[in-house]
Design a protein around this ligand. Structure first.
Ligand SMILES: Cc1ncc(COP(=O)(O)O)c(C=O)c1O
Length: 417
C-alpha cells in the first residue's frame, strides 16, 4: 500500500483497505517522520508553563523557549485568575481529588448540583446537565435524543462532536450559514421523519463567524423543527454580558437546547446541556456517557467561580474585544486574507496545505505559536493558520505577532502586491 505523503492528510490513514490497525500505525509513523523532517508536523508540542499569552514550549529544532501563544481558548485568561485557582484548590481541600463514582450511584455532589443550576440560570433557564467534556455534552445528548427514525440537520461546519453524536440517526447537511439550503432541507424533509433537529454552532470554530440565529429560529418555528445550539466559542465572548449569540439576538427562550463547554472561557474542563427540566431529567438517566461515567472532580468547583466572574469583572471581556480588533486591523493592513470573524478566533487563510505548514513553522521560528488547520478540519483549499486572542495579551505581544507575519509575507510572498 502506497500513500503519497507529500499530498496526504490525516484522513488518508483513518481506514486503509487491506491492512490491519498495526500496519496502519506503521505507515502512520513513516508519515509522521516524513512530515517532521520537513517542519510540517507542527502539533502536540510540549508546553512547559501555564496556559497564557506567553508560553514556554519545546519545539524540536528551535532553540528559543518563550513563544507568544495564540492557541488557547482560555479567551478571558481565567485559567490564571487568582480567584479561580483559589476556588479549585479549596474544592480539593474540602472534597479530595476525585468524585469516585458515576452520578446516579454516588458521584453526584452538591457542587455538581450547584453548577448545573448556575449554568442554567446563566442562560435564564431552569435546568442543565453537566458532562465531563464539551465533546460528550454534544455527542452523548444527540445520541440519546435522535434515533434511526429521526433527522439531524447540520450546518456543514459544526464541531466533530456533533458529527459523532449523529452516528445513530439520519443526517442532512447544508453549506455553512446557507439559509436557502437549510430551508430547502426543512421543506423537503417534512412528514418523513419523527423528529427533526437543526444543529448549529453559535460561533464557528474554524472561521470565527456567527450563525444567523434570528433566521434559523424563524425557519425552525415555521417548519416545526427543534433547534440545538453549541456556543462553545461564543460564551464569555459574544453578547453584552457574554451569554453568546443568544444574547446578541435576544433569543434566550427560542433555542430548545443550548450546549457548550467549560474548557474555554470557563477555564476548566467539562460540558453542559441546558434545556427544559423534563428533557434534562431524561438525559440524566438515558444518556449513556453521563450515567456510566464518573463525574467531574472537586476542582471543578472553580467553574462556578468563573461563571460569577464573567458578571463581576466585565473588564476582561472589554479587553478581549480591544485585542480582537487590534489584531484583525493589523492583519487587514498587512493585506492578509481573513474570514468574516466576529469572535476571538482570527484565521489567516493560506489555501495550500504544505505552505500552511511552512508558515506555521516560520511563525514558530519568529517566536509565535499559532495553529495550522488543514484538511479534514477544513477543506483543502481553506487551509489556514488559526489564532485565538486572549484578554491577557498585551498590545506589545500582538505587535510581535504582526511583525512576525510581515516577515512571513516577505519570505513566502503570501500577499500578492
Ligand atoms: C464548537 C465546539 N464544541 C465542542 C467542543 C468540545 O469541547 P471540549 O474541549 O470541552 O470537549 C469544541 C472544542 O474545541 C468546540 O470547538
Amino acid at each position: 500500500m502506497k500513500i503519497d505523503f507529500e499530498n496526504a492528510s490525516f484522513k488518508d490513514f483513518e481506514n486503509i483497505p487491506g491492512l490491519d490497525p498495526y500496519a496502519w500505525a506503521d505507515l502512520w509513523s513513516e508519515y509522521v517522520d516524513y512530515k517532521t523532517l520537513r517542519g510540517q508536523m507542527n502539533y502536540r508540542f510540549e508546553v512547559q508553563s501555564g496556559c497564557g499569552p506567553v508560553v514556554k514550549l519545546r519545539v524540536p529544532g528551535i532553540e528559543r523557549q518563550d513563544f507568544v501563544s495564540l492557541v488557547s481558548n482560555d479567551y478571558l485568561g481565567f485559567t490564571q485568575h487568582p480567584k479561580i485557582k483559589e476556588a479549585a484548590i479549596a474544592g480539593i481541600e474540602k472534597y479530595g481529588s476525585g468524585a469516585g463514582a458515576s452520578p446516579a450511584i454516588g458521584g453526584h455532589y452538591d457542587f455538581h448540583a450547584e453548577l448545573e443550576m448556575k449554568i442554567a440560570r446563566f442562560f435564564k433557564r431552569d435546568a442543565a446537565i453537566t458532562f465531563t467534556t464539551g465533546y460528550t455534552a454534544n455527542s452523548a445528548s444527540i445520541q440519546a435524543l435522535l434515533k434511526k427514525e429521526d433527522l439531524a440537520i447540520l450546518d456543514m461546519a459544526v464541531h466533530a462532536s456533533v458529527q459523532e453524536g449523529c452516528l445513530l440517526t439520519n443526517t442532512k447537511s447544508f453549506p455553512h450559514n446557507d439559509m436557502e439550503a437549510l430551508e430547502r432541507i426543512l421543506k423537503n424533509s417534512k412528514d418523513t421523519y419523527r423528529t427533526r433537529m437543526v444543529i448549529i454552532d453559535g460561533v464557528y470554530s474554524q472561521d470565527g463567524d456567527l450563525a444567523p440565529l434570528d433566521r434559523i429560529v424563524e425557519l425552525c418555528k415555521h417548519y416545526g423543527a427543534y433547534l440545538m445550539l453549541d456556543d462553545a466559542h461564543g460564551t464569555g465572548v459574544i453578547g453584552k454580558t457574554g451569554r453568546g449569540v443568544i444574547e446578541l439576538y435576544d433569543l434566550y427562550k427560542e433555542v430548545d437546547i443550548i450546549t457548550g463547554t467549560f474548557s474555554k472561557t470557563f477555564a476548566h474542563i467539562g460540558g453542559y446541556v441546558v434545556a427544559s427540566p423534563n428533557l434534562i431529567s431524561f438525559l440524566k438517566f438515558q444518556s449513556r456517557q453521563h450515567i456510566f461515567s464518573a463525574t467531574a472532580t472537586p476542582a471543578s468547583i472553580c467553574i462556578s467561580r468563573a461563571i460569577d466572574l464573567i458578571d463581576e469583572e466585565p473588564q476582561w471581556m472589554d479587553k478581549l474585544h480591544e485585542n480582537m480588533n487590534y489584531l484583525k486591523q493589523g492583519f487587514m493592513s498587512l493585506g492578509l486574507k481573513t474570514t468574516d470573524t466576529k469572535s476571538a478566533i482570527v484565521p489567516v487563510l493560506v489555501g495550500n496545505i504544505n505552505q500552511n505548514a511552512e508558515i506555521c513553522h516560520l511563525l514558530l521560528q519568529a517566536g509565535i505559536y499559532a495553529n495550522q488547520i488543514n484538511y479534514p478540519a477544513v477543506s483543502r483549499k481553506d487551509a489556514r493558520i488559526r489564532m485565538s486572542v486572549m484578554a491577557t495579551h498585551e498590545f506589545s505581544q500582538l505587535d510581535k505577532v504582526l511583525n512576525a507575519w510581515e516577515w512571513v509575507i516577505q519570505k513566502t510572498g503570501l500577499v500578492k502586491k
